[in-house]
Ligand binder design. Structure first.
Ligand code: GLC
Length: 586
């Protein structure tokens, strides 16, 4: 069913995640020890008994809290929605709940309903309000989600509270679910006005029946409220990528990527790893051009203020947006059949926006059939090729913004072709090839990372992120119809990502590339590390081909064999084909 907010969600593009709760009081330090994981996990990290954790409520007195300031900060940065943690895994409600007295009004000396103040501020500033609610984990409750000591831990920490409530056999999740989770969801959807979306998290243990009951309750109370896919059992209205995961291709479904601004969600005193504004803008654009919303987290301090570094970053984004009149809401992803090596592209009606992240002095764009209206940027247009001269001096390291208006509805070539000598192909725009799934497959796979199941007999497919995944049979792969329009020697690289968080893929696999009657084959290695945080990304060179510039045809990338099982974790995020300078000898 299409709920009203789906369109608003897809138009929104940029939102603010706010993780605020009692964990902001210890702020990542407990009894002299600093923690290495995300701050809102402090109770599980140090196995803090509920009786001691509840003492934090007595210290919670955020006299600097001002909901309008938070909302204005988000709005100026170009954000269209906020997602606020009404209850995190610690079970503490940041609103006035009648279901449990463990809430910000009844249990703190401060006694104000944060969610209510935020809801009013959002209404005043035309900001949509979404609510995060941890529906399975609740460390305060003896019956809440706990997959037990046999299951995989979360970076060494227990998912459920097994320090206060070690009697795993007698936990009755269904009782918790009906006693606390569902009644609190009812409160949130009946007492705080229209809720834009509900952001559930960590669907450990929930059954299909329970998740369905929850979904039906939400849609009964607020039919327009969207449900995030971490509800479990794929019952959500919009997809959630992994934490800090960027998409690999244009998404056809409503999708969002949630990101930290440093290395934590909840405030941590000792985390000074702030992403710069340039990195945030870059990631926002990388999402926007793939039709994916970018949700950026801030973790307010215990006194109610946003950390100064977060404010500075958001203000820098606001200045960049205002000075360049950047259009964020309502834009659509890159309409060309390939990505650009120098940055990003979006479109809204007749307006094309190009964002240049490098230091180029000029860029050329081929494949645009429509004429461009004169503008204050020097450009030339011959046939389907558009060349733009860029200013020599750039004031900062933030992306340069070029807005061009087409004479009429813009039209584009269908065949991907190199742009400034580089062709970037996304699996989301290719055609998937199912290989020999009947083949004997003797690699032992026990992979079940966050809800994604993989079985030996499954064929390759696109992951939600748009990457090619599960290409483990011989002949599994992908193809594109491409056009090479300049003679030269072209190098072929595969860009890959580990499908699991926080590690690089290892192992060995051999891949074959076929194009224009030529074949390249190589065992892949992590030749170049592109990013080593969260989802590790790397590039592997496969080899080079001499092409005469008139080729138009099918490019195949195929799995030949997997030599060791770890290589299964490798997703293909892009193919990059680069013309080599100065080596043209045909
Ligand atoms: C993870 C963390 C959780 C955080 C969430 C945000 O699920 O466990 O603490 O709120 O990511 O995406």
């Amino acid at each position: 069913m299409d709920y009203k907010n789906t369109v608003e969600f897809q138009n929104a593009k940029f939102g603010m995640f706010i993780h605020w709760g009692l964990y902001a009081v210890p702020a990542g330090r407990w009894k002299g020890k600093s923690m290495d994981y995300v701050g809102e996990w402090i109770q599980s990290k140090f196995r803090i008994p509920n009786s001691e954790y509840a003492e934090l409520a007595k210290q919670f007195n955020p006299d600097c809290f001002n909901a309008d300031e938070w909302v204005k900060c988000a709005k100026n940065a170009g954000m269209a929605y906020i997602v606020f943690t009404a209850k995190h895994h610690d079970g503490f409600a940041m609103y006035h709940s009648r279901v449990s007295r463990f809430n910000v009004v009844d249990a703190t000396p401060w006694g104000r309903d944060v969610l209510r103040e935020l809801a009013y501020a959002c209404r005043r500033h035309g900001m949509k309000l979404g609510i995060y609610y941890s529906h399975c984990l609740d460390w305060r409750e003896s019956d809440a989600g706990d997959p037990g000591s046999d299951s995989r831990k979360n970076f060494g920490m227990s998912w459920g509270n097994d320090w206060d409530f070690p009697d795993h056999a007698n936990k009755n999740f269904n009782a918790y679910f009906h006693r606390k989770a569902l009644p609190q969801i009812r409160e949130l959807l009946t007492e705080y006005g229209p809720v834009f979306l509900l952001w559930f998290d960590c669907p450990v243990q929930i059954t299909l029946e329970q998740a369905t009951e929850l979904r039906d309750l939400v849609h009964e109370l607020q039919p327009d409220c969207l449900i995030g896919n971490r509800i479990g059992h794929d019952l959500g209205d919009f997809g959630c990528l992994g934490d800090n995961q960027s998409p690999a291709g244009r998404s056809k479904i409503p999708l969002e990527s949630a990101n930290t601004i440093n290395h934590t969600w909840g405030y941590k005193k000792d985390d000074h790893c702030w992403a710069g504004a340039a990195k945030i803008i870059n990631d926002l654009l990388a999402c926007s051009e793939k039709n994916v919303n970018y949700l950026l987290n801030v973790g307010p301090r215990a006194d109610g203020r946003l950390p100064e570094a977060s404010i500075d970053i958001l203000e820098e984004i606001a200045d960049w947006r205002e000075q360049n009149k950047v259009i964020i809401q309502g834009i659509e992803g890159n309409p060309f059949p390939q990505a650009f090596p120098w940055g990003y592209c979006t479109v809204k009606g007749r307006i094309l926006q190009f964002f240049v992240t490098g230091n180029q002095r000029s860029i050329s764009i081929s494949g645009l059939r429509s004429r461009i209206k004169p503008c204050n940027m020097p450009f030339s247009q011959e046939g389907k090729k558009l060349c733009i001269e860029l200013p020599e001096e750039r004031k900062d390291n933030l992306p340069l913004v070029i807005q061009l208006e087409c004479m009429d509805e813009p039209e584009f070539e269908a065949y991907p072709s190199p742009q400034d000598g580089v062709l970037m192909l996304s699996p989301a725009q290719g055609e998937i090839i199912a290989g020999n799934s009947a083949e004997e497959w003797d690699i032992d796979v026990k992979l079940e990372p966050d809800g994604e199941r993989m079985r030996a007999e499954d064929s390759c497919r696109l992951a939600v992120s748009g990457a090619l995944t599960q290409w483990h049979h011989q002949g599994d792969g992908i193809c594109w119809d491409i056009a090479i329009n300049e003679a030269g020697t072209y190098e072929f690289r595969l860009l890959t990502e580990n499908r699991k968080h926080s590690a690089a893929w290892t192992g060995a696999r051999t891949v074959r590339i076929e194009f224009a009657g030529q074949v390249l084959e190589r065992e892949l290695e992590n030749d170049e590390v592109i990013s080593s945080s969260y989802y590790h990304k790397s590039a592997s060179v496969i080899g080079s081909m001499k092409l005469n510039g008139t080729e138009r045809g099918r490019l195949h990338v195929l799995n030949c064999s997997i030599e060791s099982p770890e290589a299964i974790d490798m997703n293909l995020t892009a193919v990059k084909i680069c013309r080599q300078e100065g080596v043209l000898q045909l």
